[in-house]
Design a protein. Structure first.
Lengths: 232, 88
């Protein structure tokens, strides 16, 4: 067994069976990576039909291309590369002014300075798990330029390492780190705008509640000063 | 706080901004890590940016794990690849 076969074995597959067209082994490959490929596509394209096309096309191309798969990268990296190219092709078709993933953005001015400085980490956990939050998270990813979005999805949503992401995109590790940093900082801004507002809403509610409790317990001094405020 | 100090701190924040992402991953080199942590002791703004950046990444990690492939999409995929009989 050579090194390349070893790599595939490490992922739990037999390159011999896959290249021999064994449908059971191929279906194991599909089962293992289809949800990650779909997730990449849907987050990139934000459109179910397009994402489904990318998913099917990725595995069709993989099936046809398995004989020439050289095993120098992991199977997953190879599949992500096919899927990314498919997704970028759809984006280019839809937005002809699209910035190429290879185009260097590292020369542009550095990160945007943080604008939102409010600590919202203290919010109750269920705030982060609501359906509304899920929509916000997806919408925030869509605001990223494609060159940053694809890096963020591979690293933080599909959990690839910096090096694997670099291999998928044909970028250097440093370029991946720079793009990931910019993507995360932009997303932090988007999330801070929303959750910062939630912090204010909750604080306001708590303040009102304490006013109510105070007034119920008959704190005359407090009521008087509130009354004065209301009367200007 | 006098103006000179304010300006100086702001310049440091700008310089450190590019290191924050690696810092929250625990991958920042020791030297820069030390500089950043020293800076955060006096800079509440940077501390908030780091905390909320870490939380941002955590929330995405947390919500990403639950996304399984929808059943109808899985079925159509297996059909298009002619491997329906292996559908679990």
């Amino acid at each position: 067994m050579n090194d390349h076969e070893n790599k595939v074995e490490d992922e739990g597959f037999s390159l011999k069976l896959l290249q021999g067209g064994n449908p059971e082994e191929f279906s194991r490959l599909v089962n293992m990576y289809s949800s990650k490929i779909y997730r990449l596509a849907i987050k990139m394209l934000n459109q179910q039909q397009d994402a489904e096309d990318v998913l099917q096309e990725t595995f069709l191309k993989a099936y046809r291309g398995l004989m020439s798969f050289d095993g120098r990268s992991k199977l997953s990296t190879w599949l992500f590369r096919i899927a990314t190219n498919e997704a970028l092709m759809i984006l280019r078709r839809k937005h002809p002014d699209f910035l190429s993933i290879d185009e260097s953005i590292e020369t542009e001015e550095g990160e945007q300075e943080p604008v939102q400085i409010i600590d919202w980490c203290c919010l109750p956990e269920n705030e982060f798990l609501s359906e509304e939050t899920r929509k916000l998270l997806d919408a925030a990813v869509q605001t990223l330029p494609e060159s940053l979005r694809v890096v963020f999805i591979l690293r933080d949503i599909n959990n690839l390492s910096t090096h694997e992401t670099a291999e998928v995109l044909g970028l250097s590790d440093t370029a991946v780190k720079t793009r990931l940093s910019r993507a995360r900082l932009r997303l932090r801004e988007e999330l801070s705008a929303y959750f910062g507002e939630r912090v204010n809403v909750i604080r306001e509610a708590q303040r009102n509640e304490s006013i109510e409790i105070s007034s119920r317990s008959g704190e005359k001094l407090f009521l008087r000063s509130k009354g004065e405020d209301e009367n200007g | 706080m006098d103006e000179t100090k304010k300006k100086h701190e702001h310049k440091d924040c700008r310089k450190l901004l590019g290191s924050l992402s690696e810092y929250v991953d625990g991958e920042l080199n020791e030297e820069l890590c030390f500089v950043l942590e020293q800076h955060m002791e006096d800079c509440e703004d940077c501390k908030i940016v780091v905390d909320t950046l870490r939380k941002t990444v955590n929330i995405y990690h947390m919500t990403a794990e639950t996304g399984a492939l929808p059943g109808d999409i899985q079925q159509r995929l297996y059909k298009s690849l002619n491997i329906e009989e292996y559908l679990e």
